[in-house]
Design a protein around this ligand. Sequence first.
Ligand SMILES: Nc1nc2c(c(=O)[nH]1)N[C@H]1C(S)=C(S)[C@@H](COP(=O)(O)OP(=O)(O)OC[C@H]3O[C@@H](n4cnc5c(=O)[nH]c(N)nc54)[C@H](O)[C@@H]3O)O[C@H]1N2
Ligand SMILES: Nc1nc2c(c(=O)[nH]1)N[C@H]1C(S)=C(S)[C@@H](COP(=O)(O)OP(=O)(O)OC[C@H]3O[C@@H](n4cnc5c(=O)[nH]c(N)nc54)[C@H](O)[C@@H]3O)O[C@H]1N2
Ligand code: SF4
Ligand SMILES: [Mo]
Length: 718
Amino acid sequence: MNPLKIVHAACPLDCPDACSVQITVNTEGRATKIQGNPDHPVTRGFLCAKVTKYLDLVYSPDRLLVPMRRKSGIAKGPVPAGKHAEVFERISWDQALDTIAARFADISAAFGPESILPYSYAGNMAALGYGSMDRRFFSRLGASRLDRTICSAAGGEALMSVYGVKLGTDPEHFRHARTILAWGANILGTNVHLWPFVQEARQQGARLIVIDPYKTRTAQAADWYLPIRPGTDSALALGMMHVLIAENLYDADYVARFTHGFDQLRVRAEEYSPARVAELTGLGVEDIVRLAREYATAIPAAIRMNYGVQRGQNGGAAARAIAMLPCLTGAWKHLGGGLQLSTSGAFPFNKAALERPDLAQSSPIGRPGRIVNMSRLGHALTELNDPPVQAMLVYNSNPAAIAPNQNTVLRGLRRADLFTVVHEQFFTDTTDYADIVLPATTFFEHKDFEGAYGQYHLQISEQAIAPLGEARSNVTLFRQLAQRMGFTESCFLDTEDDMIDQALDVTKEDSPWVYGITRAQLEAEHSVRLKFPQEQNGGAFQPFISGEWFRTPSCKAEFYSEALAAQGFDPLPGYVPAEESRHSSLARRFPLELLARKGDNYMNSTFAALPGHRAMEAAHSGLLEMHPLDAAARGIVDGDAVEVFNERGKIPLRAKVSASVPAGVAASRLGWNKLTRDGQGVNTLTSETLTDLGGGPTFYSTLVEVRRARAGEEVSEE
Ligand SMILES: Nc1nc2c(c(=O)[nH]1)N[C@H]1C(S)=C(S)[C@@H](COP(=O)(O)OP(=O)(O)OC[C@H]3O[C@@H](n4cnc5c(=O)[nH]c(N)nc54)[C@H](O)[C@@H]3O)O[C@H]1N2
Ligand SMILES: Nc1nc2c(c(=O)[nH]1)N[C@H]1C(S)=C(S)[C@@H](COP(=O)(O)OP(=O)(O)OC[C@H]3O[C@@H](n4cnc5c(=O)[nH]c(N)nc54)[C@H](O)[C@@H]3O)O[C@H]1N2
Ligand code: SF4
Ligand SMILES: [Mo]
């Protein structure tokens, strides 16, 4: 008998691919290998470079493995590498839980429970780890509710306003496309399991067109690359519509049967002549016309829009306009046509059972807590009153690095009167400000299940190994904290299996494709294709081939949204320049549009703890990429130490003069603050301005100026 055990898990990182993972465990209970499931139709046997090295993370000597508290008298702030023992001292889990429960009770009595703020995002995106026992806990406590806008709020609202549901073209169908538009989508960097389908299509003659202000690896591999100016996508999409309508290249039948508001859209699109759009986007008039024609005629045409598009102030309108294109051309009718932004709407679990918002009625305030937008954390910690935030429990997130307007965030985190608890796998930029640090498990060490936002398979993730050290999962932490707070509701005793069962307890009406899938089936099969009736007789799931799945008020695809109009928004998509763009007055002082991008070898800031991942990312970290013209205008040459600044702060970087960005645009990458020379990450420069829709962050609407560093300010080599 083979002494090695293969355990089936699912990658829980915030990634559309949601890979099916096989973990080999030896007789000592140690994981020895990780690989992509060869039988999974989207994973297809490979993992991204980051997770291929996931054993380095699990068994890292720097893993946080015991609870700790800040030693008395030590101020909050950056802890130099290797100095954590001088700042934190080991405590037991019992001591940690007792302390947290006592402080929460005191703070709640003094300021009201809404002075307690949960702060979490998708460090763990599996269903239980992302939001289950924690949501129950904070509801019952009466804590502030976090509006989790940091990633996809604008795009999500946009998609909902047009379709009323988050569905999209199956990644497996991209192989049938003849035109693929990667629109603000770095497929090779952040969605690599779509790539084999793109390549299959190209082998059959498809063309890949990339629309991105940054020349990504995906753009370099494309058949046609359009370097659009940041934040001008709504204009480009409207310009395409202008051409499609003027040249009668739209699908009048699809438009008549399945869309709402064409007449109003036609009038709006008339305002966006190719000449005007060329001026706004920086693209050529012929290119805009050709793009529209190719999109409408080289069919099936699929658009992969990713969330890069909606990370600017006009991002909601941009995502709306792009999302409308396949409705205008009827691209949804063709296998391999349509659009994908998110597929998450295919997996409605029983959220009410999982998260129990009803528990708020039993809290001291007897109602759900106030809402705090996570994209304005700096504001929340430094300005919010009535009540002020007095305690914060951070998990699944590293806000000191990833939240915008970093200087204000850090000023808030530094407050001595703020009680901060951080549940983490590593000492991050955020633990540097913690009063208590708690060790968290990795997905090897707990059980969970998950849907996906880039494919249509439901998966279970089995526990492969025992928790390392004293690490505990998010579910365990909040289960135990609930006991300490004296919450007697039986749901606080639920096991992982109980919660999986509850989440899968859906009705056929609410969740037709999940309905009938059980935990037992998931445990036996690991990954289960959603139950699309079309596939039972050999057909394919094409979400908007007919009008069946539109969930808007009109039950059609909405070009014109009365619902948005009623909320005071523009009912049609339009181009509005961002407050921070080359078209705004601020550009006179800060003339460069900065793309504060993600790293290909990190997952936001995850993996920055690991030397191997840092080495893979090294060629890109600490750099400001700028166009030769912008560099020359400032007397900067490749390799120069530079200072990048705006009204919010400044960071030292090294200039990389290259054609990866158009003139007027600069780019730098996200990572750990503590790996930079000044301990300040790229979010020092980004603002708390919110998007037009959804209250999302505007990382990609940031203006900066650059100058050569003065003597003595050279950026030191790592
Ligand atoms: N390797 C890796 N993979 C990841 C992540 C990571 O950090 N690293 N992050 C994960 C997360 S959190 C998410 S949300 C997903 C999705 O990740 P995405 O949101 O798709 O990722 P981004 O790289 O931010 O944006 C995609 C592209 O949009 C471009 N872009 C920026 N501004 C504009 C604009 O105004 N117009 C257009 N057309 N393009 C623009 C950027 O240059 C970028 O190449 O990826 C996940 N996968
Ligand atoms: N400038 C700039 N800023 C950005 C972005 C950008 O493109 N540019 N992208 C934005 C986007 S799209 C997103 S989604 C956010 C992401 O922001 P975050 O969700 O904060 O992402 P990470 O930086 O990956 O931090 C996740 C942390 O969770 C921890 N973790 C992992 N698993 C678990 C677990 O099971 N339990 C607990 N308690 N902790 C766990 C990891 O160790 C890691 O430190 O960043 C945003 N910030
Ligand atoms: S991060 Fe994405 S591509 Fe990498 S293993 Fe996880 S799901 Fe797959
Ligand atoms: Mo994200």
